[in-house]
Design a protein around this ligand. Structure first.
Ligand code: ADP
Ligand code: MG
Length: 314
């Protein structure tokens, strides 16, 4: 089996300044895919790509809210599926072009992919992930709260919807991903953390209103398909201790134990670097293999072990 690599792209890879038009998002993805094509050209052909969708799923939600009196709003799992489709086809388009520029014709196949979560995940009782627009109308917020939605309030900015972020348990579409890899495709999977589904045991899987962390869902898939390396690409050079202070220091090679210790000290932002560190640690702990957290501009060097923060077993 060719050695497999999983690359996870942050929301910044796709949406400059947290938003961006379709054209801007396409442009950003395109420049990233040039580097991905470089990896393929040097022989790293068994690739799985995954991506965040924070800004995009927020935008889909805004459209739902604004149009709720015209067309029935769709649940969050549908919104996640929609973002997998648009980001997935854009990756396929731009990567296929970059491969062709290098004389390569590997197919790129985005998979609309589901990720199993537990119906009793504690995350459902404590929604923690803010998504979508800031709301200003308190009466509207109270009405939605009565319908069962949760909100966080920041004085001066307004209210923002909070959704559950349950733990990913299993990539439901892993068998399809493996078939495609075995047949020589590059696969885009578990985008936006995957479409969250629960198993009621007496019917089809059921989509639930949640957003799974994309770094954790990427680490899970990397483990499930036996990837030999897992790379998380974001908008900083790697993992720093004392981040944003005069004593800031970038970590080059670090063991899981050391990284867990820094995490316990509270070195990493809760909604940002924290889940990346957790995802990298999980992959390394469960497989003994290497993970890297690095900058989007350094994909090739990061995968080679020459850039970013390399996380090793010991
Ligand atoms: P993505 O969209 O790629 O998921 P995030 O914004 O969620 O990116 O996470 C990357 C951000 O994490 C960086 O831009 C940085 O501001 C922040 N961060 C928080 N703590 C750290 C740290 N200790 N080292 C590096 N970056 C950190
Ligand atoms: Mg993020």
């Amino acid at each position: 089996m060719a050695s497999r690599t999983v690359l996870a792209f942050g929301g910044n890879a796709i949406a400059p300044d947290g938003a961006g038009t379709a054209a801007q998002q396409t442009e950003r993805l395109w420049s990233t895919m040039g580097q991905v094509a470089e990896l393929v050209a040097e022989g790293r052909t068994a690739l799985v790509l995954t991506h965040g969708n924070g800004p995009q799923v927020g935008n889909v939600l805004i459209k739902n809210e604004l149009a709720r009196d015209v067309v029935p709003p769709v649940p969050l799992d549908w919104c996640v599926a929609q973002t997998q489709a648009t980001i997935g086809f854009t990756i396929a388009d731009t990567l296929t072009y970059e491969l062709a520029q290098r004389g390569l014709d590997q197919p790129v196949v985005p998979v609309v992919s589901r990720v199993l979560v537990a119906a009793d995940d504690p995350g459902f009782g404590a929604p923690s992930k803010p998504i979508g627009p800031w709301l200003r109308d308190e009466a509207e917020v109270r009405r939605r709260e009565a319908e069962g939605l949760a909100f966080t309030h920041v004085p001066g900015r307004g209210w923002r919807r909070l959704v559950a972020s349950p733990q990913p348990l299993r990539s439901v579409d892993r068998p399809a991903v493996e078939l495609l890899l075995d047949d020589g495709a590059i696969v885009v999977a578990n985008g936006g953390g995957g479409i969250p589904v629960v198993d009621d045991g007496d019917g089809p899987l059921r989509g639930v209103e949640a957003v799974i962390d994309k770094d954790l869902a990427g680490a899970l898939l990397a483990e499930e398909i036996g990837a030999d390396s897992f790379a998380i690409l974001t908008d900083v050079a790697g993992v720093a201790v004392d981040y944003g202070t005069p004593s800031q220091r970038w970590l080059e090679t670090v063991t899981v134990a050391e990284l867990r210790e820094f995490a316990a000290q509270g070195q990493f932002g809760a909604g940002s670097m924290g889940p990346k560190v957790d995802a990298a640690c999980r992959f390394v702990e469960r497989t003994g293999r290497r993970a890297v957290i690095g900058a989007l501009e350094d994909i090739v060097a990061a995968v080679h072990g020459d850039a970013g923060t390399q996380v090793v077993a010991s």
